[in-house]
Design a protein around this ligand. Structure first.
Ligand code: FAD
Ligand code: NAI
Length: 506
């Protein structure tokens, strides 16, 4: 009835209001100290990174049990699933970032955040060397004097290694110098600026000239979900919005997606791959499968295309904007840590970890997310679940530690017996991490998305289309960590729905 609807609307609004208030008004936190109230040493957890794995760990951790220090060159969490929407202005970059300090202040204990990157981990002395570094476009490193960067060390009892991965170039010549990536917030801003630099420059050249065509060509390399979503967003933007401000541009501008394998979105169901390729064809997005990029220079992408009969031909694709999205490779700090641990000598694609996310060959370093190599895919979904697991694992370790401390100081036999039994129970409560796959979603353009969904053990649904797009949107809003960001993203979509996307460079 209308009364029930009204009541639930009021209830919903009150709940959201309360969450917003809670997020904006942090309460007192238990200060960091050497000892816990029971006299036991308060151990230090150093968390590296502020991405999906690390921030989820922080958010779910009872930070009053440890002295928690978080170190990351990025003083915010970035909601990567909506990053492909940023270059076109579908979503504002500020809407998908949450400050580390906002997350830290909402936990029970005081957390120290240091804006720095870890440059070295010494697993023997349990020390991390950190250097001030800001992951922003305008500021890199702050110096003590003109050339001396701020470098210091932090000691840890437990290290949470969640530094993510970097986009791999496979050493292909010219990529690092000429291409943009889509990994960080500023990458999205750079892509927008490059697209508009090329569009504005092209207006100075005669229509139909080769140079004008080149400038108006956007090439995306890598047909994984990152490349597909970005290419789809850019094509949408040209057809739906740029065409209003620059009539005719939709016929001149091209978006090319280059993929080495026979299909895009290879992790998805075959039916959805076909559907995606049909949607691309309809919206005239130039899809080049079986095309392996070999070299890049300032103006062209050089590739080898294998045709249906297996013959290979060399092709050149001129570009004005080039985005490189061919997957993940380990960061230097990950390779450096792996080289120091005997059990990690075979770790080429990421750290090897056990069922409790403990780094093989270490008793105090835990690793999660894209910097590890496991049977699970390098996704936010995995890193998020690992973060929740790790937070609860650390609470259990704290309990075990406290019981062991009490056992050491207890003299009465019956109390000791009780404590020992509690310790056994606490140890038995340590369970291995189990990943629960909930499905994959990707935006493919023209307000269509594809979804491979899983409900329970037996029901898998593969679906694509406009309804899936609405599901995609609601699923992503529910995945966003902060209430503020959830609201901002919804407002962004509303704004674009009313006014369309603008065409300023910034
Ligand atoms: P990240 O989230 O990358 O975080 C790494 C953190 O470590 C960052 O804060 C970084 O600044 C910090 N760091 C780096 N170097 C150092 C250092 N030396 N010292 C200290 N800190 C350091 N997955 C999905 O499941 N669904 C999606 O829809 C989806 N969409 C995506 C869209 C894009 C454009 C991209 C790029 C990825 C997407 N992913 C998605 C994948 C997902 O983002 C990653 O799997 C996830 O971010 C991994 O989490 P992480 O914590 O391991 O690393
Ligand atoms: P990816 O590894 O999934 O895809 C990279 C693609 O680039 C591959 O298809 C590969 O064949 C292709 N490639 C490699 N070298 C090439 C070359 N020289 N020339 C042409 N093509 C080449 O990488 P992506 O898309 O960056 O994703 C990384 C991870 O993040 C994945 O696990 C993915 O599932 C996840 N992700 C998930 C999203 C979602 O669920 N919507 C969105 C974005 C990323």
């Amino acid at each position: 009835t209308w009364r029930a609807a009204l009541l639930s609307a009021l209830g919903g609004t009150a709940y959201v209001g309360y969450q917003v208030y809670k997020e904006a008004h942090p309460t007192e936190q238990i200060p960091q100290s050497d000892l816990k109230p029971n006299g036991n040493k308060r151990k230090t957890i150093v968390i590296l990174g502020s991405g999906w794995g690390s921030i989820t760990t922080l958010k779910h951790l009872d930070t009053s049990l440890y002295n928690v220090i978080i170190v990351s060159p990025r003083n915010y969490f970035l909601f990567t699933p909506l990053l492909p929407s940023v270059p076109t202005g579908t979503v504002d970059v500020k809407s998908i970032t949450d400050p580390v300090r906002t997350v830290a202040r909402a936990t029970p204990g005081q957390v120290l955040y240091l804006e720095a990157e870890a440059t070295d981990v010494d697993p023997v002395s349990k020390k991390v060397t950190i250097k001030h570094k800001s992951n922003s476009m305008t500021f890199g490193e702050a110096m003590i004097n003109e050339e001396e960067p701020i470098i210091t060390t932090v000691d840890y009892d437990y290290l949470v290694f969640g530094v993510g991965a970097q986009t791999t170039t496979f050493g292909i010549p010219g990529v690092a110098e000429n291409a943009s990536y889509l990994k960080e917030a500023h990458d999205a801003v750079v892509i927008r600026q490059k697209i508009f630099n090329s569009i504005e420059a092209a207006q100075l050249l005669p229509v139909g000239s080769e140079e004008r065509k080149r400038l108006l060509s956007v090439v995306v390399c890598g047909g994984g979900p990152t490349g597909v979503e970005l290419a789809a967003e850019v094509k949408d933007y040209i057809d739906q919005d740029l065409s209003r401000w620059l009539p005719g541009i939709e016929k001149e501008m091209t978006v090319t997606l280059v993929e080495a394998l026979p299909n895009v979105l290879n992790a998805f169901n075959q039916k959805l791959i076909k559907y995606t390729e049909e949607v691309f064809k309809r919206q005239e997005l130039d899809l080049r499968t079986n095309t392996m990029v070999k070299k890049v220079d300032r103006k062209n992408v050089y590739a080898v295309h294998k045709n249906a009969s297996g013959e290979q031909e060399s092709i050149a694709i001129p570009y004005g904007t080039l985005v490189w999205a061919t997957g993940n490779g380990p960061r230097e700090i990950t390779k450096s840590l792996a080289s120091k641990i005997e059990e990690q000598k075979t770790a080429r694609r990421g750290l090897l970890i056990d069922a409790y996310l403990k780094v093989d060959g270490s008793d105090s370093i835990y690793a999660l997310g894209d910097c590890t190599f496991t049977k699970n895919p390098p996704t936010a979904q995995v890193a998020h679940q690992e973060g929740i697991f790790l937070a609860s694992h650390f609470e259990k370790l704290s309990k075990i530690d406290d019981l062991q401390y009490s056992i050491k100081t207890e003299t009465e036999a019956d109390k000791l017996d009780k404590l020992n039994r509690r310790l056994e129970r606490a140890k038995a409560s340590l369970r291995p991490f189990e990943y629960v796959y909930q499905g994959s979603l990707a935006y493919i353009g023209t307000e269509r998305a594809v979804a491979d969904l899983v409900w329970g053990d037996f029901s898998n649904v593969s679906t694509g289309g406009s309804l899936t797009f609405l599901f995609w949107r609601s699923a992503y809003v529910s995945m966003i960590l902060g209430v503020r960001s959830k609201i901002l993203v919804c407002f962004d979509w509303l704004k674009v729905g009313i006014f369309g996307r603008d065409c300023s460079k910034e």
